[in-house]
Design a protein around this ligand. Sequence first.
Ligand code: PEP
Ligand code: MN
Length: 396
Amino acid sequence: MTAGALSSTVPTTPATAAQQPDWPDAGHVRAIRAILRERPPLVAEGEIRALRDALGRAAAGGGIVLQAGDCAELFDESGPGPAARKIGQLSEASAALRAASGLPVTTLGRIAGQYAKPRSAPFEQGPDGGTLPSYRGDAVHGAAPDPGLRVPDPRRLLTAYGCAASTLAELRRSWATVEPAERVYASHELLLLDYEQPLVRDGEQGPYAGSAHFGWIGERTRGHDGAHLALAASISNPVGVKLGPGVTPGEAVALCRRLDPDRVPGRLTFIVRMGSARIATALPPVVAAVARHGSRALWISDPMHGNTIRTRAGHKTRATDAIAAEITEFTRVLRTHGQWPGGIHLELTPDDVTECVTGPATGAWDARLPSYRSACDPRLNPEQAAAIVRHFGALL
Ligand code: PEP
Ligand code: MN
C-alpha cells in the first residue's frame, strides 16, 4: 500500500456523525451518557482560557506549540506511573524547543482522553492473517486481536473517563513544580460523540468541552455538515482541525468562518498533515486563502499522518527523513506567505520501541521492527523524537 492510499482520505458529503462505533444496544449507550452527564468535568474553564491565550500568543509569532503523545492511549498505560513518564518526555522536548528558539513553548499532550480512533477501513488484518473489526480505541473495545473482544462496549466510556481523570491528576501534580507557562495541557481528538457531548458543560463564556483543554477534529470527520464540526463550533475551548492534502482553500476558509467567526486569538489551530511528497503543492494555496481571509489561526505541522507506509510484514511505519522533510517544507511555505510556522504535532513514546524507521523511506519495505507496541499508528522512540524536535528547533 502506498502512503497516498493510507493518508489522503478526504471527507466527502458528511454523514451526520462519521466514525461512530456500532454500539450493539442503544439503550445501554443512553444510560452511560446519563451517567457521564452527572460526572464532574475533567478540566476547568480557567485552564482552558489560559491555554487559549497562550496559543493566541503563539499564533502571533510569540511562541511555539508542541503537541505530542501516543496515537492511541491504552487504559493499561494510564494513571500516575505511565503518565509521569510521558509528561517527563514532553517537558524535555519542550525545554529543547525553548532553548533552540528562545521563545515560550506551549505543550499539549495527546493524553488523558486519546482513547478513540477514526479508521479508514472497517476491517484490519490480525497477526494470524485473519480479518477482524478495525481497532477504534480503548474507549470502544479491546486492542487484542480477537474478534470477540472487538465488540463495542459502552461501559468503556466510563473507564475512559476514569483513566483520563487519574492521568489528569498526575498532570496537575506536575504543574506544582513548574511555571504556569510550562504546564503540559491535555488534548485529544474529539471523536466519540457519546463521550464528548455528555461532558460539555455551561461556563462563563458559554458551553465548553469538559473532557480536555484542547480538542481537535480529524481529517476524516471535518465535513462541514457533520456532527463533529457542530460540536467544535459549540464549545469555547481552543480547537484544532487536521488538514490533509485534499483540503481546498475554500474548505479551509469555511472552517475559519465556522469555528472562529470572531477571530479570537488562540481559538483555531490548523494541523497540517499532507505528507512530504504533497505539501509543497497542496499547502500554499490553502495558506494564501486563509491569510487573505484575515484569519488569526495558528498553523502547526503534523508530519506523521501523511507519511505512513507499510512494511512487507504488514506493519505501518514512518521514516524519519520524510517526517523531517515535511517539517522543513511546512516551515518554508508558512514563511513564504508571511505566516508563522507555529509548532509541530508528533506521535511519540518514552518507551524504546521500533515503530518508525530512522533514515530514508527506501528500505522501510524490508524494515524489521522487533519492538512494535503501538495499538494504532507508529510512534517515534525517544531518540527519534529528540532528533525531530532538534530539526524543527534548528529551523526556527
Ligand atoms: C491521529 O491523529 O491519530 C489521526 C488519526 O489523524 P488524522 O485525522 O490526521 O488522520
Ligand atoms: Mn495516529
